[in-house]
Ligand binder design. Sequence first.
Ligand SMILES: [Mg+2]
Length: 113
Amino acid sequence: MEINHLSRMTIEQLTASIMEQAKEKGFGVQPGEINIPEKIALIHSEISEAFEAYRHNNIDGQDGFKEELGDALQRILHLAGVLGFDLEKEVLKKMAANKNRHWDWDKINETHA
Ligand SMILES: [Mg+2]
């Protein structure tokens, strides 16, 4: 498997590539080969690393914000691949649901654009 940042993949293709590497490296490709709660915790861990990188204004560097978000996505797609989930479909479904949804930002304690 050649890993090339210039190649553009769909989410399905990226998941397939991640699963190929998971097989090569022994990360698990079947539900019985992984501990699902542990994989969820490791996704949390990558998100926390992204938060820390952002706090320290490390955006592009080693262990930086971008890299940690990539780590999180890779772990999410690995978990989805093991479980046979189509996350592209799930994202599109949520976007469609959000299309006509309204948020009352004055009642939500969250910074937004
Ligand atoms: Mg990381």
